[in-house]
Design a protein around this ligand. Structure first.
Ligand code: SF4
Length: 246
């Protein structure tokens, strides 16, 4: 797993080489010398300059971007088939973010690992992912290929997210369209659709019962009563069907 904040995720009292090699010592039978050699190769792979020399450096001697490279080396050292990257570029400025994303894309190809990439940034998602799952209130709201999600979003929450992105060539006086309201209190989650309090398409059923995931196509699913043939109330819910595409 690659954690969000490289500034606080590394142990300040251990050298970065020791922290990268630690997973090998725990999960493999490599000797200390072999683990050190492999950790240095991994640091080279994540483009740490003079990796053999930097092996004995401490985290405070590295910049934020370099620390995130070390975190990536730690995550990949045991050659996992799946890496979970939890907002790995949130704490970095945009130039370094771009470098880290390029590195992750290259490593994914080189190491043939799959990546579950968690982010709030839809532009990063668009550049990194093949399939997207949009989550809200602990539930999957929509699941689609990257093309389907951006060209034909089928859930009111996804639509709200897409509409709230500033467009570079938009009129400077144009207002952004935020999603009104706040996320639900997950200590006492709502009974029905978690998005109901903020949804302009919400109907009575939405506050009572959580909608099922509906197959919009073979590769596209949406959790919304607007799509359900068997919504537990008749009439107005069905009239709204298709409104999400409006
Ligand atoms: S189920 Fe109802 S409240 Fe939830 S997104 Fe669909 S229309 Fe809106």
């Amino acid at each position: 797993m690659i954690f969000q904040d490289p500034m606080s995720s590394l142990n300040p009292l251990k050298t970065i080489g020791k922290q990268v090699a630690e997973a090998l010592e725990v999960h493999t039978r490599l000797s200390a010398a072999e683990a050190r050699a492999k950790a240095i190769r991994m640091l080279e792979l994540v483009r740490i300059p003079e990796a053999a020399k930097r092996y004995d450096s401490y985290p405070h001697e590295f910049s934020g971007g370099m620390r995130q490279r070390v975190m990536i080396a730690m995550a990949l050292i045991c050659e996992p088939s799946l890496v979970i990257a939890d907002e790995p570029t949130t704490a970095l400025d945009v130039t370094i973010q771009d470098q880290i994303l390029k590195l992750l894309r290259a490593l994914k190809r080189e190491m043939e690992s799959a990546i579950v990439f968690i982010s709030h940034d839809l532009s990063v998602i668009a550049s990194m992912c093949e399939r997207v799952i949009v989550m809200y209130g602990g539930m999957i709201m929509e699941e689609a290929s990257i093309e389907e999600l951006f060209t034909s979003p089928s859930h009111p929450y996804t639509l709200g997210l897409l509409r709230s992105i500033p467009v570079i060539d938009q009129d400077k006086d144009a207002m952004l369209e935020p999603i009104p309201g706040s996320p639900p209190d997950m200590l006492s989650p709502p009974a029905g659709c978690p998005f109901a309090a903020r949804c302009t398409h919400a109907r009575a059923v939405c506050a009572i019962e959580a909608p099922p995931l509906h197959a919009v196509s073979d590769t596209h699913r949406s959790r919304c009563w607007l799509w359900a043939e068997d919504a537990p109330v008749s009439g107005n819910v069905f009239k709204e069907r298709g409104a999400a595409h409006a």
